[in-house]
Design a protein around this ligand. Structure first.
Ligand code: SF4
Ligand code: SF4
Length: 206
């Protein structure tokens, strides 16, 4: 389905942050999918569900306490709900793969502070499927965020590629030939992430 990846209100089309965290695809609902009630952790006052375990309130295709579900469940949507370019058949329960934006400001790895995660719900072989690869390409071609594959407790960063990532992390390394501009873009991004982290640490210590 050829939809724009960034179908958002015209005054906010510049904002990838808006698309990834606020925008919802018009007319798209979760239907019978309840996959995030398995793969996400949910922490709320008086309630904790670990990642990778089915929530006791999940029927497998819906939430049995939908009207009173915890706030984190209300605010969270996978990227299939947010990105117009992901087609209907990419719905996690139908496709076996879930796309999410992961925000982890506590991670020591600056690439993990804000990243796209492609999660295999059953088996990592799903990453080899041409349809799944075409959906991953939406994020790889847009390119501004790190992209991780995740399966069975493993995580593998596929964007930026390892040589670019290594040079971005360590500014004493020479960028690989022909990749100087890409390395500099990522270095700038990582400097920003590290500066923000240092500021947050200072603020929480005072
Ligand atoms: S994984 Fe996505 S589509 Fe499925 S229930 Fe969660 S938010 Fe809805
Ligand atoms: S409370 Fe409902 S929406 Fe939240 S994880 Fe459990 S089943 Fe899913």
């Amino acid at each position: 389905m050829a939809r724009s990846a960034m179908t958002v209100p015209s005054d906010q089309q510049h904002s990838a942050h808006y698309v990834l965290t606020k925008h919802l695809v018009a007319g798209r609902t979760c239907g019978d999918c309840a996959q995030c009630c398995d793969f996400k952790s949910v922490r709320a006052p008086g309630f904790f569900k670990p990642a990778g375990e089915r929530c006791p309130h999940s029927t497998g295709c819906s939430c049995a306490i939908y009207d009173t579900r915890p706030d984190p469940c209300r605010g969270w949507h996978c990227l299939w709900r947010r990105i117009d370019a992901l087609p209907d058949e990419a719905r996690p329960d139908l496709s076996g793969v879930a796309f999410e934006v992961l925000i982890d400001h506590d991670s020591e790895d600056p690439f993990e502070h804000v990243s796209i995660v492609v999660l295999a719900l059953d088996h990592h072989s799903v990453f080899q499927r041409p349809d799944v690869q075409s959906w991953m390409n939406i994020f790889l071609q847009e390119g501004s965020l790190p992209v991780f594959l995740s399966w069975g407790g493993y995580n593998l960063m596929i964007h930026p590629p390892p040589d670019v990532a290594a040079a971005a992390r360590d500014e004493t390394l020479s960028p690989p030939p022909g990749k100087e501009a890409a390395v500099e873009r990522w270095r700038e991004r990582l400097r920003g992430v590290r500066a923000e982290r240092a500021l947050n640490k200072t603020a929480s210590a005072s």
